[in-house]
Ligand binder design. Structure first.
Ligand code: F6P
Length: 553
């Protein structure tokens, strides 16, 4: 781009792609898929992973033009600026260094001139020591019993990532073995029902509560923390907090003010965005308590492997870069507003909700990083469910209704294989048959001519026709070990960053969540004074006043 305030849509590369869309609209995936050379060029392998993006509505020429767009957006330079710790989150004047959280001990990654890797490893070593004490029973609760259950309180980025990884590891044989006799639960919602569900069946005597909040001010988390502090102290006395509550935060002063000993707090840093914090103590502490630090270390190594690939691989072979560019293509040029994340793995059932935050909170922006209104849409609506459950829910719309680019994620070797006598294939093969079939069903569709040949009655032909030409990509992982889970996480984190870098937005702030929080504070105050002093509601419009009155009645 010529100047830092230019919009990417003003570049020749963008305009070139705009013109190219008209060529692509004349193609059908049914035809594009006949070109084996094209398909071969759209396969990418790295560290055991295989990406196939041949079912995108793109030709080799499209990919070249997207790579030109990446150059026009100075993508490589922006990636370097991120790894170099520059303050690329300009509206908050912060570095963006979640990659440092999983860097090897001897790496050097600087924020404001200081190598942050030793600090990262100080916290990791502290987590290792603490989690071993809890797991071995050398740290006991107020009544001398080992703490076998953990409730992690947190919301948004302080919840969704750790929940995704926990769910993915829960059935991994190695992790399963090391988690024997232990429970990890997550309390996120302010809804008292979530509190009830979390403490149901647990004994405060054997429970450790981890309060996870970057700011230590988030209303939901702090109220839930006070509620569980009450649950513990009511049963075990005020001094029990020291043994039963620990914290993860960047704000250690507020942790202490809350009543948690700062020695029992695990720090992270303002250069870690909430939604990018799963590799900090936010995720590493609860997961190490459940599975042991050595399992979690493998997860960090998997993420680090992708970080190195992302940092050093030329853009035409760089998996997160290619994925990000294709998403830009789908959103900004082909006009598809959504993306479905479809893991053929029940263990990845919390992956889409996590990526939903990573992607939508990062790229749901209306202005450029320089504050200029954008003449194009950014971000996409991310949603998803594991296959095959999704097939029996929303795939109808994906096949015959709206066009939604799909990410199919498959695993070669099952965590929990089952072979039933007399069945044609194993249960995992059955699952994966769907993983392989769905992308072709979307791409090829079914024509009226094909239906006629099958003697389908004329009146049903329109209903049974599939237009096809619906884009997807397939990502095949060898297994779902902790290492592979780390790889998957980092691929998606970086893909989102690539999209933001190309669109020229700030993917690392989230001002859009503030307004609702401010208005809720106003409501909270009025609810309180109305209930306690009988004051009349003030400052609300007719509709909100009516709803509030009904609620207060
Ligand atoms: O929803 C807004 C948000 O700030 C997220 O970005 C963040 O992940 C979440 O709230 C929780 O914040 P904290 O970790 O500070 O409690």
């Amino acid at each position: 781009m010529a100047s830092s305030t230019a919009l990417i849509s003003d570049t020749e590369a963008w305009k070139d792609l705009k013109g190219h869309v008209e060529d692509i609209k004349k193609t059908h995936l049914r035809d594009l898929m006949t070109d084996a050379n094209r398909c071969q060029s759209m396969m990418m392998e790295f560290d055991g992973l295989l990406l196939d993006y041949s079912r995108q509505r793109a030709t080799v020429e499209t990919v070249d033009k997207l790579l030109n767009l990446a150059k026009a957006a100075q993508l490589t330079e922006k990636i370097s600026r991120m790894f170099n710790g520059e303050h690329i989150n300009s509206t908050e004047n912060r570095s963006v260094l979640h990659v440092a959280l999983r860097a090897p001990k001897d790496a050097v990654i600087k924020a404001d001139g200081k190598n942050v890797v030793p600090e990262v490893w100080n916290v990791l070593d502290k987590i290792k020591e603490f989690s071993e004490k809890i797991r071995s029973g050398s740290w006991v609760g107020a009544t001398g019993k080992p703490l076998k259950d953990v409730i992690a309180i947190g919301i948004g980025g302080s919840f969704l990532g750790p929940l995704f990884v926990h769910t993915a590891l829960q059935t991994d044989p190695e992790a399963l073995e090391s988690a024997k006799g232990r429970q990890l639960r997550f309390l996120a919602n302010i809804d008292p029902v979530d509190v009830a569900r979390n403490i149901n069946g647990l004994n405060p005597e054997t429970t450790l509560v981890v309060v996870v909040s970057k700011t230590f001010t988030t209303a939901e988390t702090m109220l839930n923390a006070r509620t569980l502090r009450e649950w513990i102290t009511a049963a075990l006395g005020a001094s029990a907090v020291a043994k039963h509550m620990v914290a993860v935060s960047t704000n250690l002063a507020l942790v202490e003010k809350f009543g948690i000993d700062p020695n029992n707090a695990f720090a992270f840093w303002d250069w870690v965005g909430g939604r990018y914090s799963v590799c900090s103590a936010v995720g590493v502490l609860p997961l190490s308590l459940q599975y042991g630090f050595s399992v979690v270390e493998k997860f960090l190594k998997g993420a680090s492997s992708i970080d190195q690939h992302f940092q050093s691989t030329p853009i035409e072979k760089n998996i997160p870069v290619l994925l990000g560019l294709l998403s830009v293509w789908n959103v900004s040029f082909l006009g598809y507003p959504a993306r479905a994340i479809l893991p053929y793995s029940q263990a990845l059932e919390k992956f889409a909700p996590h990526i939903q935050q990573v992607s939508m909170e990062s790229n749901g922006k209306g202005v450029s990083i320089d504050g200029l209104p954008l003449p194009f849409e950014t971000g996409e609506i991310d949603f998803g469910e594991p296959g095959t459950n999704g097939q029996h829910s929303f795939y109808q719309l994906i096949h015959q209704g709206r066009v939604i680019p799909c990410d199919f994620i498959g695993i070669v070797k099952s965590q929990q294989p089952v072979y039933l006598k007399g069945e044609v294939v194993s249960n995992h093969d059955e699952l994966m048959s769907n993983f392989f079939a769905q992308p072709d069903a979307l791409a090829y569709g079914k024509t009226p001519e094909q239906l006629q040949k099958e003697n389908v009655s004329e009146n049903l032909i329109p209903h049974k026709t599939f237009s096809g030409n619906r884009p997807s990509l397939s990502l095949l992982l060898p297994e779902l070990t902790a290492y592979n889970v780390g790889q998957l996480l980092a691929i998606y984190e970086h893909r989102v960053a690539v999209q933001g870098f190309v669109w020229g937005i700030n993917s690392f702030d989230q001002w859009g969540v503030e307004l609702g929080k401010v208005l809720a504070t106003h409501v909270r105050k009025q609810l309180h004074s109305s209930r306690t002093q009988g004051t009349t509601l003030e400052g609300f419009n007719y509709s909100t006043t009516t709803l509030l009155k009904r609620y207060l009645e």
